[in-house]
Design a protein around this ligand. Structure first.
Ligand code: CO
Length: 135
């Protein structure tokens, strides 16, 4: 089951400058900064009610965020849905014709197991499914 929008991912050029901007906007500090080596990103997270904002900056040129920012301006990069059973949702969505970007969930930032859906199957929107890894 898809439970809620867990976070919105925003691709940024300069996470320090963006942290300062979102601190002013949301009137709160990021509760976490975390490097995810395998995704080539530095992230920061802001809590907004029951959802979050995730800022993403590339840490090297091969990062998906670096590639995204070669073609796009800074802005909303993905929508992440909180799911109660990531394997069940992957199987359900694959049967519905959505294209998964990896056959297995991967460890993501903020203690989650994550998988992405290819934007070609979702009206151009990169979608992440995430589930708490501890459960
Ligand atoms: Co995300």
């Amino acid at each position: 089951m898809i439970k809620k929008i867990e976070h919105l991912g925003i691709a940024v050029q300069d996470i320090e400058a963006s942290n300062a901007l979102f601190e002013k906007l949301l009137n709160t500090s990021p509760y976490k900064n975390e490097v995810v080596e395998r995704e080539g990103v530095l992230t920061s997270f802001f809590q907004v009610g029951e959802s979050k904002i995730e800022l993403l900056q590339a840490i090297h040129e091969d990062s998906p965020i670096a590639k995204y920012l070669e073609k796009n301006k800074q802005g909303i990069h993905h929508i992440a849905f909180d799911v109660d059973d990531i394997y069940a949702e992957m199987s359900r969505l694959e049967k519905e014709g959505f294209v998964l970007l990896s056959p297995e969930p991967k460890p993501g930032a903020d203690g989650k197991m994550i998988v992405f859906l290819h934007p070609k199957s979702t009206n151009g929107v990169l979608i992440e499914l995430c589930q708490d890894a501890q459960r």
